[in-house]
Design a protein around this ligand. Sequence first.
Ligand SMILES: Cc1cc2nc3c(=O)[nH]c(=O)nc-3n(C[C@H](O)[C@H](O)[C@H](O)COP(=O)(O)OP(=O)(O)OC[C@H]3O[C@@H](n4cnc5c(N)ncnc54)[C@H](O)[C@@H]3O)c2cc1C
Length: 403
Amino acid sequence: MGTADVIVVGGGISGLAFAWKAGQAGRRVRVLEGDQRVGGCLHSHRRPDGYWFEMGAHTAYNSYGGFLDIAVGAGVAGKIIQRGPARSRFGLLRAGHVRWLTPPKILLQLDWLEAGLSFPAGIFRKKEGQTVYSYYSGLVGRRNYDRLFSPFFAAVPSQKADGFPVEGPGSLFKKRPRREEFVRSFGFDGGLQLVCEAAARSRGVEVETGVAATHVSRAGSEYAVTTADGRTVTAPLLALAVPPPQAAALVREDLPELATALARVATTEVESVGVVLPRDRCWMPECAFLVPVDDLFFSAVTRDPFPDPRLRAFAFHFKGAVPRADRLRRVSEVLRVPVGELGELVEQRRVLPSPALGHGKLVAEIDRCLAGGKLAVTGNFFGGLAIEDCVARSNDEWRRVGG
Ligand SMILES: Cc1cc2nc3c(=O)[nH]c(=O)nc-3n(C[C@H](O)[C@H](O)[C@H](O)COP(=O)(O)OP(=O)(O)OC[C@H]3O[C@@H](n4cnc5c(N)ncnc54)[C@H](O)[C@@H]3O)c2cc1C
């Protein structure tokens, strides 16, 4: 007997977008989330005094149509807040010195002779089969790319993005229609996690937090999910919405071919450290983020686009292998505040996909293994890492297995 119409493993935006679709279609959905909160990489840390900041994703755009559909449908679109003037100021941190840039000033940093020599040949190169590095270094020159573009691109997915495919599945930037009734780039009052929380409360959806799935198997015409607390839940339809290594581990015994394909998706670990400081302890001008060159971290994202009269917050995203003591030392150096005076630290480790050339073939292989079944797999390792890529994959999977 099924214990729900649909089980979803993973309560990040991918899993909850899938649950939202199923719930809106009148199904009873059970979401199992290993963590104590929903949201995954949509992680809005909230303090008892009401101040919040983003430990993960920080910006949504009016081109995120599927994400906006959930926000509107789940009743939280009224919480959308526009990003303020700090959104267009960035710090480029090189050798201990910060250069403050706005988008036009970034262009002034270019070596225009090198760019001028590269551009005429680069502009005619096809994007197909190219990495971010090969395509953009062909456009602006290698030195320009290494000095300027590489650190900024790394700040987007919190990892080196030079080897990402420049177009197609796994690519960073995509053209999508904009919904002009919404501001161009925005957050939510209370953080982006709010959208996941609203989807988790929506019609037909029941979420259990603190419940990790350990095993997935087929039970006749149904799927059975075993949980770490020893229970088994079954349903005719199952969606896995967890990072690729976890998804591979869940299906290893019963669906080995799918497990092999999932395990081939390369991933990287990111360690994030969040700090909140009183305004008068902060030396740096308001900015959207700091991007370092050749450093231990990929970016330090601030809450300055949503300014608060008393406090400022900084989320540093470090390379996975950096020891904790070095992470804290670097945070302290950059903020110019002794480690002991940083206050409450928020720390989080995440697994993110690192798509490379050929990622489209890997996605096709996963889809081939799923074809004809009622098992859906969704996440940020299909179209791309952006929130909207996750929602789009979940919507496609819902159409395939549940529509
Ligand atoms: C630092 C950072 C900044 C980002 N900034 C942006 C941004 O500004 N804009 C943007 O569009 N995108 C941004 N992204 C990307 C985007 O946030 C993510 O790609 C997206 O949120 C991933 O969602 P997901 O649901 O696929 O995976 P996740 O968010 O990783 O969710 C997976 C969930 O599954 C749970 N889980 C794992 N294993 C199990 C198990 N065995 N049983 C039950 N549950 C399990 C996890 O606890 C987690 O909640 C950012 C990402 C990071 C890390």
